[in-house]
Design a protein around this ligand. Sequence first.
Ligand SMILES: Nc1ncnc2c1ncn2[C@@H]1O[C@H](COP(=O)(O)OP(=O)(O)O)[C@@H](O)[C@H]1O
Ligand SMILES: [Mg+2]
Length: 310
Amino acid sequence: MGNLCRKSKQTSNLVVKVEKDLRFEILSDISSGYTYTVFKARDLTSNEIVALKIVFFKPESKEQKELSVAWEVAMYSTSINPHCPHITPMLSHGVGTVQNDKILFISLKLGISLQTVLNKLGGMPESLIYFVAKDILLGLVELARQNLIHRDIKLSNCILLNNGASSLIDFNLAWEFDKTKRNDKTYNEDLHAQGSKGWRSKEDMNNDKTEEKKGYDVERADVCSFGKVLVCCLFAKKSERNQLSWGLDEKALTCSDTFRVMAETLIQENPDKRPTFEELLNFDWFQNSPFEVNREKYVTYLKNAYETLS
Ligand SMILES: Nc1ncnc2c1ncn2[C@@H]1O[C@H](COP(=O)(O)OP(=O)(O)O)[C@@H](O)[C@H]1O
Ligand SMILES: [Mg+2]
């Protein structure tokens, strides 16, 4: 990582130079990961405040990182329908410099991650989870229609935008899959074991351990991760490293039976019994929801989240 990452508390006033007519002023850190750092930044051309995802690269890791950014950009701009409102819009991307460090960047519409909101505000009532879950699910249905799997579904890859919509980010690990080979014992070998540990399905984790990869239904592994996201929204899982049981029998969890049954269906161990995203969208909890009338409440919650967190 470049100097900027090590000095990440002193990022204000730095300017990312990209092209003649495109500059970003870095305002603050949002998140530092293994390969990327995400900043809140001002696009000095449009004056818009954006999320700027930057990769600093050392010569020895250059190729791999370039490849991974190129992949994510391709996923955002071509593979994923750019008109799908449930995928966070990518605003620009390219190569630039920060204090002589060469960088690759992607700028995205700014939101707040669901992980950040839950950490700060605690678990959400089911009536509010509905608004986040439905939007994220619509994004996942769109991906599935294009034969794409996300492979890293978790709270920190779900973003709440201030217009009331929620959307997916982080297509670093997204992949195209061949539906006709679902359950093919050898096909899925390359598609396994990519996402974050606590969020992955049991069959995905087991696949790591066996010498001979058995393969599994990759879309239904994403369905399991989405189920875990729903459960986590209820009790605001603090850290992705926490060990926890995914059972819904904790006394503190108050939710409807419909929610409970749906969540259990999604996270169950047998992938064949999990619905696809398209089928899930037809579940009663999404289609005949009593929560739709609460939209104003959700907008107030979101406003509060933005005020508390900015
Ligand atoms: N558009 C955005 N708005 C707000 N926060 C964002 C946005 N994009 C990324 N982030 C924050 O940065 C973190 C890392 O970004 P992500 O794209 O998931 O990269 P990584 O591949 O390192 O996980 C996210 O978990 C989120 O907290
Ligand atoms: Mg991420």
